[in-house]
Design a protein around this ligand. Structure first.
Ligand code: ZN
Length: 278
């Protein structure tokens, strides 16, 4: 395996819980569409797939059967690292937020390290008791938490859970900038957040919507990993919808190679993150 310090993990987040076909007709929503999309992104160089499911009406769901079907289709075709959301439906119970990763044992699952007002219209609740249960269930099932940080206080929460033994280092962070209710997508904020995490941590970042490109370039310049995809951004440029998620991955590959770095393969991503193939 070559020098991992020169490898950048590109995560694709193809679906999310919110965007619809009205926002971008190319967004994948069914298990088959998501699996086909993930395969195309893997071919384009994505090492990790962060997956959300939708129900028959296209609404976010934590339905384990949907995750099973999709993950089965993905695993048949490629070795991409799987990162399953634990926050795909604001009305899900604590149990349904964990049942899918207990059944499927992906390498990674999201760990949203605090609660917040969400999009100025609802609550995104991650109760302290739930965060303890979630970390314990992840540890018991060999699933590494990807600690999603929407604001600076969530980093301090993560340090508390590490001190208490629920989160085990080296920690892996995903900085989410530009979600309404969280920290804004500015380069200064990314530099600030990165300065708060333990030195041995790995981290990735993305900006939502208009903040996508500044955060993408800044994360790469700071030595981080990056996330792209329609969960976060349905526009390729100011006036054009993305043709596909793979188009974002292809752009990431071009920029990373221009930086004299290279895309991490899925196995290189596992080595960087310290997770075993499942
Ligand atoms: Zn997500």
């Amino acid at each position: 395996m070559s020098d991992l310090s020169r490898k950048v993990i590109v995560t694709v987040a193809p679906t999310g819980a919110w965007p619809s076909k009205k926002d971008n007709p190319a967004i994948p929503l069914t298990p088959q569409e998501i699996a086909d999309d993930v395969y195309a992104c893997w071919q384009a160089g994505a090492a990790v797939a962060h997956l959300h499911m939708r129900d028959a009406e296209g609404k976010g769901t934590m339905d384990t059967e949907r995750f099973k079907e999709t993950v089965g289709l993905v695993r048949e075709r490629c070795d991409i690292v799987l990162n399953l959301t634990t926050s795909g439906d604001l009305n899900a119970t604590d149990e349904t937020r964990m049942a899918h990763f207990i059944a499927l044992k992906p390498e990674l699952a999201s760990y949203d390290c605090g609660s917040m007002n969400w999009m100025h219209n609802s609550l995104f609740i991650n109760h302290p008791a739930f965060l303890e249960r979630l970390a314990t269930a992840m540890n018991d099932n060999g699933v590494k938490p990807e600690i999603e940080i929407f604001d600076a206080g969530m980093i301090y929460n993560s340090l508390y859970y590490q001190k208490k033994g629920f989160l085990k280092g080296p920690l892996h962070y995903q900085f989410v900038l530009g979600a309404a209710g969280g920290i804004a997508a500015t380069v200064e904020n990314l530099v600030f957040l990165r300065g708060l995490i333990p030195a041995e941590s790995t981290w990735s970042a993305f900006g939502i919507g208009r903040g996508h490109m500044p955060i993408f370039y800044a994360a790469l310049a700071l030595g981080g990993h990056v996330r792209v995809g329609m969960e976060d951004n349905v526009m390729y440029g100011k006036d054009r919808l993305a043709a596909s998620n793979a188009e974002f991955v292809e752009r990431a590959g071009r920029v990373i190679r221009e930086l004299d770095k290279d895309l991490a393969t899925p196995d290189e991503a596992r080595a960087i993150l310290g997770v075993a193939k499942r």
